[in-house]
Design a binder for this molecule. Structure first.
Ligand code: HEC
Ligand code: HEC
Ligand code: HEC
Ligand code: HEC
Ligand code: HEC
Ligand code: HEC
Ligand code: HEC
Ligand code: HEC
Ligand code: HEC
Ligand code: HEC
Ligand code: HEC
Length: 423
């Protein structure tokens, strides 16, 4: 027999509750009909009473202090429930096996999937597949206060999603138990998180925009919107022009043709800690990012005035990789669309150097004296200087050795002639 700690339902008490609900739910019967409804209730109870309307159930469960034997609240807030998306349903549309009181010995769990099969099957194929660890309520909240996703009270309303996911993905346990970084704090400090939480910008990217909702997949899965090759399209759903520029350029082409060594949006911007690109913090950290793949170009750039200016400490306006090459629409130098193609150099350098002309742009931003093909003049000058150095050195070494031999020879000769004198 099911037992209840707080609720020792005597017949009278149940009848009284039903009676109260009947009188409350109908203004008309308040006085003249009160007695009639009491009789109806009595009839119901004698049946044994079958329960149809929400109000039938709420007559008992509407009591805020109601608890089951284990001390868990079994109260349901009737007004929140009736405002919720399922508010027009009868309680036993979901609690199908509860038709009367006393309730059956074993009450079946409500399966959301009986009505929402698509969402349930997507969830079952996702990273959150365990229905024990990830019941629908883990993201949608209490079963009796679910609102449409467009309602600001919903746990999956765009402005509430980061918090909903962050309940788990903002905890240290995530790193310890699952080896996943705690991304929520990073996201909240990012340009998207800021736009969402501080400006209430509904169109800013929230977790769902990049990951989806029910069929969330690991970034290692080629079907995932966060799989490396799919990232430009994922960001491009909102940043369409930048995506188009990127796809036209060398990096986009390389990725599209399967070269995953080339960068996608998140290699340069990160996924969750995206900064405003005009900020000095972004500009300072981006040169080494380009340089992490283009090591030779970074080291030659470091030899130039532009880089040395930038490394004086603090932030200085100087030419950085993308000021000359572009950030998204990047091409090889030989491509006439490249801002560093010969024909475009005057304009590119001229952005900062007013009055730049053909002779000014002879300056080599990646001068590399070791590269004969790229910098022949520099290469031969270096070769000549090196040869000169070597011949001068060789001359002096030979000269010194000969000098040593000769001075030794002189000494021996002098010693020999001294000995003759003493004898
Ligand atoms: C006469 C009062 C009363 C009415 C009417 C009533 N219940 Fe209950 N309900 C209880 C009590 C008391 C319990 C505690 C367990 C038990 O004794 O069966 C309970 C338990 C439950 C539980 C299980 C809670 C748990 O512990 O997990 C559910 C679900 C439930 N009721 C739903 C309903 C629904 C749906 C209706 C209307 C169709 C309804 N109840 C009508 C009194 C009532
Ligand atoms: C959309 C489906 C749905 C509807 C409609 C619904 N419930 Fe529930 N209810 C649930 C789910 C899911 C749970 C969580 C426990 C479970 O899985 O059975 C639950 C749990 C309960 C519990 C146990 C205590 C708790 O809060 O966990 C009670 C009591 C209850 N419901 C009463 C009601 C009453 C009364 C109504 C009508 C006013 C109602 N429910 C309408 C889905 C529903
Ligand atoms: C990992 C979090 C998460 C879990 C778990 C989850 N949902 Fe959702 N659900 C969401 C998000 C986020 C949205 C909003 C999607 C959007 O904005 O397009 C949503 C939306 C929905 C919608 C509205 C769909 C639409 O397009 O209008 C339904 C219905 C839904 N979920 C049902 C379920 C059911 C049923 C379960 C359990 C089987 C479940 N959800 C589990 C996160 C989740
Ligand atoms: C008996 C069938 C049924 C069950 C069981 C059920 N739902 Fe629903 N649900 C519906 C219907 C019907 C709607 C659409 C109501 C409308 O559009 O007016 C809905 C709507 C929703 C929505 C809102 C979709 C939107 O537009 O944003 C969410 C979220 C949702 N249900 C989640 C759940 C969850 C979570 C559970 C389990 C606790 C659940 N549902 C159980 C029938 C059900
Ligand atoms: C109830 C806690 C919980 C909630 C809420 C939750 N997650 Fe998760 N999530 C997890 C756990 C635990 C894992 C690890 C699953 C595993 O590896 O077994 C995970 C895995 C992931 C992964 C895969 C990481 C990888 O590459 O392996 C992503 C992405 C993710 N969650 C995103 C989300 C998003 C987006 C939301 C909100 C819509 C969300 N999660 C809500 C607990 C949660
Ligand atoms: C602008 C798009 C975007 C947004 C917004 C976003 N993510 Fe991600 N997330 C990604 C990408 C892309 C990856 C793949 C890893 C990478 O490129 O760094 C990822 C990876 C993850 C991972 C796996 C981390 C790992 O190292 O395996 C988790 C967990 C995750 N995201 C959860 C979330 C949660 C929770 C939110 C919201 C608070 C969120 N993400 C918001 C794009 C996004
Ligand atoms: C759901 C749409 C959406 C998606 C998807 C999205 N963004 Fe954004 N993003 C925005 C909006 C809206 C802003 C403007 C925020 C503001 O101005 O406050 C923004 C701002 C930015 C900014 C700051 C520069 C600027 O113009 O304000 C960068 C950088 C950025 N996003 C990169 C990314 C990257 C990288 C991805 C993919 C990993 C991505 N975004 C995915 C909507 C999106
Ligand atoms: C190779 C590195 C790199 C890649 C790949 C990259 N970006 Fe950028 N992005 C930058 C740099 C550097 C800037 C700053 C440009 C400037 O200030 O002139 C920038 C600027 C931006 C801005 C600010 C607005 C603007 O037009 O300057 C947004 C938004 C943005 N990127 C989004 C993206 C998206 C979306 C992708 C992927 C389709 C992407 N980025 C790929 C390096 C990159
Ligand atoms: C994750 C590694 C990576 C990062 C970061 C990166 N690149 Fe690249 N880049 C590549 C690869 C790989 C190619 C070659 C594409 C191909 O084979 O066509 C390339 C091509 C280029 C080219 C064209 C030269 C050619 O041979 O096609 C230029 C110019 C260039 N990158 C500049 C930059 C700049 C500027 C940045 C920073 C804003 C940057 N790259 C960041 C990997 C990277
Ligand atoms: C002041 C302008 C300027 C800056 C700053 C600059 N470059 Fe260049 N870059 C050029 C010019 C001009 C060329 C073509 C001549 C050459 O190769 O020396 C070039 C050539 C290249 C090439 C070879 C392209 C090809 O088609 O083979 C790569 C890759 C490259 N730069 C990457 C970078 C990276 C990475 C940085 C930052 C660390 C950077 N550049 C900074 C102007 C610049
Ligand atoms: C984003 C702005 C910017 C771009 C683009 C740029 N520079 Fe500079 N450059 C600077 C700044 C700032 C200095 C240091 C102040 C000064 O001397 O004007 C500098 C200094 C120099 C110097 C040494 C000092 C001098 O004025 O003689 C040379 C040479 C030079 N740049 C060449 C170039 C060439 C060639 C290009 C095109 C390939 C170029 N720069 C593109 C900003 C830029």
């Amino acid at each position: 027999m099911r037992s209840s700690a707080r609720f020792n339902a005597s017949c009278e008490e149940v009848l009284l509750r039903l009676f109260r609900s009947f009188t409350a739910s109908s203004e008309v019967v308040r006085h003249r009909g009160a007695f009639i409804s009491f009789v109806v209730a009595l009839a119901l109870f004698a049946a044994p009473h079958s329960l149809h309307a929400q109000s039938d159930c709420l007559a008992c469960h509407g009591d805020k202090s109601m608890q089951d034997a284990a001390g868990h609240s079994i109260a349901v807030d009737g007004s929140t429930f009736s405002a919720s998306i399922h508010g027009s349903m009868k309680c036993n549309n979901c609690h199908a096996d509860i038709k009367e009181y006393p309730h059956p010995e074993h009450i079946a769990r409500v399966e959301c999937k009986s009505c929402h099969a698509d969402e349930a099957s997507s969830l079952a194929g996702s990273v959150h597949s365990s229905s024990k660890d990830h019941p629908c309520s883990s993201c949608h909240g209490d079963a009796h206060s679910i609102f449409p996703k467009s309602d600001s009270r919903s746990a999956v309303y765009p402005l509430n999603i980061p918090k909903t996911c962050g309940n788990c993905h903002g905890t240290d346990g995530m790193a310890r138990k699952h080896g996943l970084p705690s991304v929520y704090p990073n996201y909240m400090d990012s340009i998207h998180g800021f736009a969402l939480s501080k400006e209430g910008l509904l169109v800013a990217a929230n977790c769902q925009s990049c990951h989806g909702s029910h069929k969330i997949l690991s970034r290692k899965d080629p079907q995932s919107p966060t799989f490396k090759a799919n990232i430009p399209k994922t960001c491009g759903t909102c940043h369409a022009k930048i995506d188009a520029d990127y796809e036209r350029g060398s990096h986009g082409h390389a990725v599209a043709s399967g070269n995953l060594k080339a960068p996608v949006c998140t290699d340069c911007h990160t996924a969750h800690a995206i900064l405003q690109p005009t900020e000095s913090e972004f500009r300072m950290q981006s040169t080494p990012i380009c340089g992490s793949c283009h090591k030779d170009k970074l080291s030659t750039y470091h030899d130039t005035f532009h880089s040395q200016l930038g490394s004086l400490g603090g932030y200085v306006e100087t030419a950085r990789c993308w000021d000359c090459h572009g950030a998204h629409e990047i091409y090889p130098t030989a491509d006439p669309r490249s801002p560093v193609a010969k024909a475009n150099l005057v304009a590119t350098c001229g952005k900062c150097h007013a009055g730049a002309n053909l002779s000014f742009v002879q300056y080599q931003p990646h001068a590399n004296a070791h590269d004969r093909k790229l910098n022949p003049a520099l290469f031969y000058v270096r070769l000549f200087m090196n040869l000169l150095l070597i011949s001068v050195l060789t001359f002096f070494v030979i000269h010194t050795i000969l000098w040593l031999i000769r001075s030794r020879f002189d000494q021996v000769r002098r010693n020999g002639s001294n000995g003759g004198n003493n004898a």
